[in-house]
Design a protein around this ligand. Structure first.
Ligand SMILES: [Zn+2]
Length: 156
């Protein structure tokens, strides 16, 4: 399925065709930016190519929290949010960042449980485990930034 729309470049104001599902051919063709025409997006890309990347992000495994710590804290936060909604007389609607689980294509009864949870240290962690292995065999990761000049790692 292709999805395209007529757009107007926010810089030069020319009308251009924006392909929301990605450039055709996929991965090729023009830059296909949502706010800039091909001419302006090429100029921006060329200007930015002179600026080296300074940081990169990665999800690093941690041992400071276990999957069970994350599950317990997540349940506590959920109960607190439910109690607060009840206290304020409004319906409870859980809203949180969604994490994509993996799928076991050989055993459909084995489910991957994964979610983001903000822990008491103020950082957001991503836990993941397979139901057949249990939380004790799962992993907990935190998003980190690596300074590409110094190699220093710190929370994203
Ligand atoms: Zn333009």
């Amino acid at each position: 399925m292709t999805t395209h729309r007529q757009s107007r470049c926010i810089h030069c104001q020319v009308k251009y065709r924006y392909q929301a599902s990605g450039p055709i051919p996929p991965g090729g063709g023009r830059s296909n930016w949502g706010h800039f025409c091909d001419t302006c997006s090429d100029a921006i890309s060329e200007a930015l190519s002179a600026i080296p990347r300074r940081f990169e992000n990665s999800w690093e495994k941690v041992k400071s929290w276990s999957v069970q710590d994350c599950l317990d804290h997540e349940a506590k936060l959920l109960e607190e949010a439910k109690a607060k909604a009840k206290e304020e007389g409004r319906p409870f609607l859980p809203i949180h960042r969604v994490a994509s689980p993996l799928f076991d294509l050989q055993d459909s009864s084995n489910h991957n449980r994964t979610n983001y949870v903000k822990m008491p240290d103020g950082l957001t962690y991503l836990y993941s485990y397979w139901t057949k292995e249990g939380p004790e065999k799962g992993s907990v990761r935190v998003e980190m930034e690596k300074n590409l000049e110094t190699g220093e790692m710190r929370p994203w």
